[in-house]
Design a protein around this ligand. Sequence first.
Ligand code: AMP
Length: 179
Amino acid sequence: MSTVGSVGISELQAAIRNVPDFPKPGIQFKDITPVLGDARLFRGLVHHLTSGFEPGSVDAIAGIDARGFIFGGAMAIELNAAFVPIRKQGKLPYRTHEARYDLEYGSTTIAIHVDAVRPGSKVILIDDVLATGGTAAAAMELLKRLGAEVLGAVFFIELEFLKGREKLRGVPVRSLVAY
Ligand code: AMP
């Protein structure tokens, strides 16, 4: 027996693997692959990520490269919504809008197809981890440039001490597990 409802947040949190000093010294990487590797946990996670949103009330899920694609695709199916990829610069084949943002060292650019969502579309943004919020804020900027109505930004994990939420003011932010 494996009902989705039986997967609690604490069980999901217990499955997150902390990998110290990856990809560089001082970073504790939150590895979500143990959750993906367990069918019951993965399904339970997707259920929690979509809870509060009704099928038919969301036009599209926008997932951030790359782990946001894994959750976002599954959420889109569950909510009967479209899926929109927000990718690193140079990966999307058609015309794009781009947003540049600062990293600890240097900067990076993400992109979205110019026709990814229609103006007024109701969109949910999804990624695995909210850290400094730079990536999600840039993704939000791209969605707003297309005229999307962002219903919320959803994350499996939030690193609260990095205060990423402050960069997403004006949009409801939800995370399942906070550190
Ligand atoms: P940020 O722009 O700082 O909020 O970083 C968010 C992006 O970096 C997300 O796409 C995450 O997948 C990734 N990320 C940042 N910090 C971590 C971490 N400690 N563990 C895993 N992924 C992370």
